[in-house]
Design a protein. Structure first.
Length: 208
């Protein structure tokens, strides 16, 4: 777990901890995205949750529906919260860029976990995640669709550096990885946190 602390995201999200779950619990779009995914999954599907956080709502919802879920997160505090809070899923504390992944996942979820990677790291990771899907498998991507690169920001009281893509460039991230975008949802959400401001959210459902 000490390895996780070498990544700036680990330090930020260790500090945020359970406050993240409370701040984003009211996201109707996230819940709707999960419901859409559940409708497409066969029973007992294998699902990878990238940047799994506290395990809620993603791993909790999927495991509760009977699917085999592996969550990977760089923050030891988040992994501890998820392990205790979602016993029906398995969690690993690691940087997803360094994890050896088996092929054949039925679905991969990437909810807002790319934002502290460089653009090239994001492109490489999406390509890699598309490659571990079985043919016909599903990949869900969600981000804050802003055209920013290496911008300093304060997120829930923590200093972070944020990199993202505008909406069209983010769609291209998926299609260039060999994925077909089957559904797109654009919304604005205000986290339940004193320092929060409204932020755009983009959800892409893709298929290999």
């Amino acid at each position: 777990m000490a390895e996780g602390h070498q990544h700036p995201a680990a330090e930020a999200f260790d500090a945020i901890g359970a406050d993240y779950e409370r701040a984003f619990a009211g996201s109707d779009a996230h819940r709707a995205s999960l419901e859409r995914l559940l409708e497409q999954l066969a029973p007992r599907s294998r699902v990878l949750d990238v940047g799994s956080g506290t395990g809620r709502p993603t791993a909790h919802t999927l495991a509760g529906a009977g699917h085999e879920v592996l969550g990977v997160d760089v923050s030891p505090v988040m992994v501890d919260l998820a392990t205790r809070g979602v016993p029906g899923a398995a969690f690993r504390c690691a940087d997803i860029r360094d994890v050896a992944l088996e092929e054949g996942f039925d679905a991969v979820c990437v909810y807002f976990s790319l934002l502290q990677m460089t653009r090239e790291e994001q492109r490489a990771l999406v390509r890699r995640l598309a490659g571990v899907l079985r043919p016909g498998g599903h990949l869900v991507l969600a981000t804050v669709p802003l055209d920013v690169e290496g911008v300093s920001a304060v997120f829930m009281g923590q200093d972070v550096r944020v990199t993202s893509f505008g909406p069209e460039a983010f769609r291209a991230l998926a299609t260039e990885a060999g994925l077909t975008v089957t559904h797109q949802e654009d919304t604005v959400f205000t986290p339940s946190h004193p320092a929060a401001v409204p932020e755009p959210h983009l959800f892409l459902h893709c298929r290999r």
